[in-house]
Write a protein that binds this ligand. Structure first.
Ligand SMILES: [Zn+2]
Length: 444
């Protein structure tokens, strides 16, 4: 809250991987934009006991574009074209999902991309140096504007990471809504003292109790191998993770329920996997793949590697399915073409050779297993809910999720009933990245 020059509640939340404050702390706000090592000296000795505004005033622009978006035929046609390898990132899908929000700032770089860190602390090596400096200077709390849209939505980037060592821990760090950040900045620019108070209850827990969730519908032929489907069930702070990725988890569970209820006979076993710690770098799915299929370090395969036909993932919000990414595997095109033919009236028309990164299918793709994500309508994903305080139940679309569940069940059924295994890409070389292109760093 703001206490002086007058009371005002402030919308905000602790940045992921911020420590707590151990009770309420209050202090004077100061503007201290430190964007590189050269700026450190300027603020030495001036920040003790202060609450630091770490970024310039956020350019607020009235939103003129709708936050929700259905993919148009033109966008899907463009997505179906093989990318021009000479221009930009060929893995990037030219979809509305990646539209910058009002004010020209990209909420997401695109599927698989991540927003820039609020407050200019995005560069990891400088972030560590800056956090050390701010802590040594005795800063109470660091405040950054959200890097999402205006209007109370805050998209929260991380203050540190899962692997931050104790000595590199950031000071307590919060992100607040752009309008509130700007008001504080304007007051300070007019030399009006501002007192802020924060009470951050964030804490770190031991990682020993993390787990994945699996469930199976046994196949009719024990020698026919298996098909997997899933999504991650962990989330980001700020909201409850309804669209990222309660939606994907619910769709995969509903696809299982549909197959079970219809009691269709499938030779292959269908296995659901709901993954933990995707947001910290696909930790759950990578651990599972390592244990069951292959280790990326040596690419030595385990027996189940030869038994998994394909894995299907959902992790792009609440929007219905419009097609599927073939993940650079053109051999699946004629198969998928047959499967989507009866789905045209559900709006599923598009196959793209492109891939999506930064989510759990990459763990499978990284060891040469066929693994796919669906193209989904972005709805309010990049503009409202992704990693934001508005990622809550109200922003789920029931009809879209039902469609997605039916489509996922259909793909899984076909894979489970198909006499042949799905065709594979060549096995990656040992140590060839941790899950293939676009899978570096944190999840999506
Ligand atoms: Zn996600």
């Amino acid at each position: 809250m703001m206490k002086e020059p007058e009371f005002q509640p402030i919308i905000g939340f602790a940045q992921p991987w911020s420590p707590g404050t151990d009770g309420p702390v209050a202090g004077q706000a100061v503007m201290a934009v430190i964007s590189g090592p050269d700026d450190l000296e300027k603020f030495k000795g001036k920040l003790k006991g202060k609450i630091v505004l770490s970024a310039p005033m956020h350019p607020s622009t009235l939103s003129e574009e709708p936050l929700s978006h259905r993919l148009t035929d033109a966008e899907l046609d463009a997505a179906a074209q093989a990318p021009d390898p000479t221009s930009g990132n060929p893995a990037m899908l030219p979809l509305g999902f990646s539209r910058p929000t009002a004010g020209g700032r990209a909420a997401l770089a695109g599927p698989g991309g991540r927003g820039g860190a609020g407050g200019g602390r995005g560069n990891n090596s400088f972030r560590t140096q800056l956090n050390k400096f701010l802590k040594a200077e005795g800063v109470l709390v660091v405040v950054s504007p959200g890097n999402g849209p205006d209007g109370g939505t805050i998209m929260g980037s991380a203050a540190g990471s899962a692997t931050t060592k104790d000595e590199d821990m950031p000071p307590p760090s919060v992100i607040v809504t752009n309008e509130h950040y700007n008001r504080i900045a304007r007051l300070l620019a007019k030399d009006i003292p501002v007192t802020l108070e924060f009470d951050i209850g964030a804490k770190f827990t031991e990682s020993g109790d993390s787990f994945n969730i699996t469930a199976e519908i046994p196949g009719t032929d024990p020698n026919a191998g298996l098909v997997m489907l899933g999504g991650h069930f962990d989330s980001w702070t700020g909201g409850t993770g309804a669209t990222d990725n309660g939606a994907g988890s619910a769709v995969a569970m509903e696809a299982m329920r549909i197959l079970k209820t219809l009691d269709v006979k499938m030779p292959r076993t269908v296995r659901l996997g709901l993954w933990t710690a995707e947001e910290q770098g696909l930790l759950g799915s990578r651990a599972y793949v390592k244990e069951h299929f292959a280790d990326t370090a040596d690419m030595k395969t385990k027996p189940e590697h030869g038994r998994l036909s394909a894995y299907y993932n959902v992790d792009n919000g609440s929007g219905k399915v419009r097609g599927i990414y073939m993940q650079d595997n053109d051999q699946v095109r004629p198969i998928f073409e047959t499967w989507i033919a009866p789905l045209k009236d559900l709006g599923v028309n598009t196959l793209t050779i492109r891939n999506t990164g930064s989510t759990d299918h990459m763990a499978f793709d990284g060891v040469g297993l066929p693994a796919f994500q669906f193209i989904q309508d972005p709805l309010e994903y990049g503009t409202r809910t992704h990693h934001s305080n508005m990622d809550v139940y109200d922003h789920l679309s029931a009809g879209d999720l039902e469609q997605a569940s039916a489509v996922m069940a259909w793909f899984v059924y076909n894979t489970a009933a198909r006499p042949d295994m799905m065709p594979r890409k060549p096995m990656p070389k040992p140590g060839a990245g941790r899950g293939g292109r676009g899978a570096g760093g944190q999840g999506q």
